[in-house]
Design a protein around this ligand. Sequence first.
Ligand code: GLY
Ligand code: MN
Ligand code: MN
Length: 434
Amino acid sequence: MITENEYKKRRDKLAKKLYNSSVGVIFSATCKTRSNDTEYPYRQNSDFYYLTGFREDNASLVFIKEKESVKTVIFLQKKDEQLELWNGKRLGVKEAKKRFFVDEIYTTDYFKKSIKEYLANKKYLYYDLDSKDKRLKKVLKLSKEIKTFDNIVLHVQKMRLVKSTSEINLINRAVAITTEAHNRAMRSKKIGKNEFELQAEIEYEFKKNGAYSDAYTSIVACGNSANTLHYIDNNQPLVDGELILIDAGCEYEYYASDITRTIPVSGVFTKAQKELYSLILNTQLEIIEMIKPNVKRSDLQAKAEILLTKGMVKLGILKGDYKELIKNKKHKKYYPHGIGHWMGLDVHDTAPYLDDKKKEIPLKKGMVLTIEPGLYIDKDDKNVPKEYRGIGIRIEDDILVTQNGYKNLSIGIAKTIEEIESISSSNYMNTSIL
Ligand code: GLY
Ligand code: MN
Ligand code: MN
């Protein structure tokens, strides 16, 4: 749980970064129509949530800074008995005043009038420069006198890079639920079933354990479908003898998990599958072992490219000197993505990879990132020995950077060939770690 005090500390930290004589505005997410009069489930904007923990729409947070003193104001939707009957309770100003440690709270009706006052004689305006939010138009119309604009979300996103203890606890919980989900998928019978049935097993664990949703659309890809990186159709039969790539992670209390396992439909790997799987697994283990403060993500990327390319040469997938192959980007055909990414309120957390001087930010205690090497070999790729065609494998874990090294948060999911084969052959469903 994140306390109101922690949210206040975050706002104070952000406020310190703002220039004097400035206004900063950050909006809640807007509801999105799915079709006609149905909407997608509402999901708060991550930066707004990071600063407030508030889950309602039609809200905003405003900073007004003058002479080193900062006023923070929340605008939120007013109570409305009729709308609340249909859409659920709103917090309202009275309760919000008890909850949020901000200076002032008003209903959104007052936003336009208030922002006009705040902007008078100010020099700087901070807002999300990339946002297409209609509410911004009002603000920009009223800020004709202001000449200097800055991107408020870049400041927030820098703060999101290193996670607090309470954030790590929530990520841990998300990963624990996803651990159950992947282990469940491995234990469940697969032959004669469809990808969507396996997806249902996974998402059953998410929902059953109180995860609000998935952190991204689950990928359950059997055989050659795994070579489509963002395959989400999940509607093909599970074919005996093939592998299934499952990339699925729940979101728990707004925090993501992002985990991939690749497992055999039959419960047992073939010789060729084992060879490829071992290469990716050994690469992943070696990269994870490198993780500690001050190491750079680009070092991890470079090492992964070397290990995978050398391995592909050994298996006859690529031919030539591995250094030359990497120089000519030949490995990219089979390993086209990055070694991993920041993870937090967003699965691909929007925290920056470069500092203000455009230099790469090294790992620091409290950062969370994925490590996810993979190889993808199309079924029609005649350049590759026949036995490897149509195989796509990725192995992905969620890693916390610690003082002297790392902690693999998803260590509880079967991963070695022996573990996967053993769990797949057991029907024992009662090993929950939750
Ligand atoms: N699930 C998306 C990714 O692995 O980055
Ligand atoms: Mn990922
Ligand atoms: Mn993933």
